[in-house]
Design a protein around this ligand. Sequence first.
Ligand SMILES: [Zn+2]
Length: 263
Amino acid sequence: MTDQAILSVNSFLFRWCGLVARAYTRTIYASTPHWCSNSSDPAADRELLLKHPDLVLYWFRIFVSFSGTGTHALVPYRPSSPMEFHLFEQVAWSMEYFTIAHEFGHHLLGHRNADDDPKAQEFQADAFAVKICEQLEFEPFPLLPNPYTRTAAGASLMLLALEILRAFEDPAGEGIAVVDTHPSPSDRIAKISTRNLMQPKQLQMDQEFNGTVVRIMSAVAAVMRDFRRKGGDKLVAMIRQRLHDAEMELRNSGKSSSDEANA
Ligand SMILES: [Zn+2]
């Protein structure tokens, strides 16, 4: 199984994709000309994000909530505005399609032998999943092409969001524990975004959409790293401890009431 499986096998996959897609859509709309410009300046990208404290806080709450509780419980419900709706739906669906198709790919390709190269298997499952995504270009809106499935930029968004989540979950190791068995997200995205080498127009589109995802998520990762160091890691640890304490208390009270019943 893969790190994607952590999310895909539980019922919070759709919540996770929905929230990341919503945060991503809002980040794009915070300044579309900025993100679509060719001049890439990581410092300017971070600065732009920091000019939108609501947005930064939204990203932060998503990662804190999923790393602290494994659920979306700590993220406030903020539905999409009419302007955000189409892009949000396209991004969310493309993330879901990729994740499910990737896991299905492992199954279909018979990746069960522990002696096989796990990194090669990841690349194979990715290649399978992006082919499926390409077939779903007109989902979820039949009259509106979805560039996030067509270019597999939804896959890149999923991989990079999970990478940030892992850093929240494993602050000491900066989330690199799975790197031994998995290719890095950047290696996976490099393969995904250059797969159409023989189709120059499609290749350009793939690189533009995946490039924007990488650019935005690099800025998000940098800002989240700062937030983690300024108290985010302690906050996640405290949430986990409190949940653990509450669980123990519940178990003990259940045990003592059954002891009383038996007395
Ligand atoms: Zn996998």
